[in-house]
Ligand binder design. Structure first.
Ligand SMILES: [Zn+2]
Length: 274
């Protein structure tokens, strides 16, 4: 799996999460068997960056991203930004997962925005794309991105849940939009409307594993933990892609070709990452 890894790429997941660790060799084997040739694995805090880096060394299909997620800004160390740069230097990688979140009840919006801006500035300086998380914070996100623009290497808004009306401005800022299995839930009308409105050349598909287990029948692989938690995994990506293709009224193969080109567009500028 050397050289061009662009086949079918999971545009966003967190296979470094501890809950997956006992199952990881099987999870990675099933992903490869299902035809998933690459995956963008997003770190969320200093605590999981080492594991993301380790996975990228063990599994050639892993494209590592390092970033401080808005849920974990309270856990950052005083020199977190220097450490982030060290990880970005350690492997061909991008910046993520970063962003803004007003869904979280106990949150520090000042710290969130400050960390987000610092990482956007880093992305600008290093010419790297960013993987963006946004929950119930769309106006805020646009405000910050307007001030931080231009982001020459672009961004990915993962599990896009914003209104379709926001797509043109985000597209003009260089955004790609990825959709997870939850868009296959008929109740997710806004996400489905957004999916239909995304320019095809900016569309990506993700699992967000181990989170966002797709609705049946789009989840051939589910691992139950002893605690009864149902885990999503990257091997579900082809089923999610097939579901998305159905919603867009295109063939899965045609969609896969589009997605491969889009992954190349988003990540191909990073030396050595694909
Ligand atoms: Zn994520």
């Amino acid at each position: 799996m050397s050289g061009l890894r662009v086949g079918l790429v999971d545009a966003h997941n967190h296979v470094q999460e501890e809950v997956l660790a006992p199952y990881l060799p099987d999870v990675m084997r099933r992903a490869a068997e299902a035809g998933v040739t690459g995956m963008v694995v997003n770190g969320t805090s200093e605590a999981d960056w080492p594991e993301v880096l380790r996975l990228s060394r063990e599994y050639p299909g892993v494209i590592p991203c390092f970033g401080l997620h808005p849920w974990f800004v309270g856990e950052r160390s005083p020199d977190w930004l220097d450490r982030l740069e060290e990880y970005l230097d350690a492997a061909p990688s991008a910046i993520g997962e970063i962003g803004l979140d007003r869904w979280l009840r106990d949150r520090d919006e000042t710290a969130q925005e400050q960390c987000f801006r610092q990482q956007l500035a880093l992305a600008q300086r290093r010419g790297l794309p960013v993987m963006v998380h946004c929950l119930r914070a769309w106006g805020w996100l646009l405000e910050v991105l307007r001030e931080a623009s231009p982001l020459p290497a672009g961004l990915l808004v993962h599990a896009y849940g914003g209104a379709p009306e926001l797509l043109p401005e985000l597209t003009a800022m260089g955004a790609h939009f990825s959709f997870a299995g939850n868009v296959l839930d008929p109740a997710r009308q806004r996400a489905r409307a957004a999916l239909a409105a995304v320019p095809l050349e900016r569309l990506l598909v993700e699992t967000d594993a181990p989170a966002m287990l797709p609705p049946a029948p789009f989840r051939p692989f589910v691992t139950m933990t002893p605690e009864g938690e149902a885990l999503n995994e990257p091997a579900n990506l082809p089923a999610v892609v097939a579901g998305v293709a159905q919603l867009l009224d295109v063939s899965p193969d045609a969609l896969k070709q589009v997605l491969a080109v889009n992954v190349q567009h988003l990540l191909g500028g990073i030396e050595g990452v694909l």
